[in-house]
Design a binder for this molecule. Structure first.
Ligand code: ZN
Ligand code: ZN
Length: 139
C-alpha cells in the first residue's frame, strides 16, 4: 500500500516514503458511500525499543515523536497511519467535486439525471387561476 525507503542507521532505520490507503466516507451532498483516498507521508527515524546489540530496552521517553521498531525489530507504522487518517479525514467529503446532491423535492440523486415528480405539471396556483378564468367566461 505504498512505497517506503528504509535506510539503516547506527541507531535504527530512516523511513521515508508515502503510504496510500482509503477510508470509507459518505458524500456530504448525496449520501453515497465513497472511498476517500488518503496518502500518508512518512519521514522519520525508527528507533528500536530494544537495543539490537545489548538486548536491553531502550528508553523511548527521550524521543516520543520517533517512529518505533517493535521488539522483533519490525517497523510499526500503525500510529503513523492512524494519525495520517485523522488528519486526512474530510469535513465535507464529496463523491465528486461537482456532485449536484439530492433533489430537494423527492431526495433522488440529481447525478442520475433529470427526473419527474408525480404531479409536477399540476401547479396548484395555476389550478386556482384556471377556475377563476372559467368563472369569468362561463362556457
Ligand atoms: Zn455525491
Ligand atoms: Zn426529485
Amino acid at each position: 500500500m505504498g512505497d517506503l525507503r528504509l535506510t539503516r542507521t547506527n541507531r535504527g532505520l530512516v523511513v521515508r516514503g508515502r503510504l496510500k490507503t482509503a477510508i470509507a466516507q459518505t458524500c456530504s451532498r448525496c449520501l453515497r458511500d465513497i472511498e476517500w483516498p488518503v496518502s500518508i507521508d512518512v519521514d522519520g527515524e525508527a528507533l528500536p525499543v530494544v537495543d539490537i546489540v545489548s538486548g536491553k530496552p531502550v528508553a523511548s521517553d527521550d524521543e516520543p515523536d520517533a517512529l518505533r521498531l517493535t521488539d522483533h525489530h519490525e517497523l510499526d507504522l500503525e500510529g503513523e497511519v492512524r494519525d495520517g487518517i485523522i488528519l486526512a479525514e474530510p469535513i465535507a467529503p464529496l463523491c465528486r467535486k461537482d456532485c449536484p446532491g439530492l433533489c430537494i423535492v423527492c431526495g433522488l440523486e440529481l447525478a442520475s439525471g433529470p427526473h419527474d415528480h408525480p404531479g409536477d405539471d399540476i401547479d396548484p396556483r395555476l389550478e386556482g387561476l384556471r377556475k377563476f378564468i372559467g368563472d369569468v367566461n362561463p362556457s
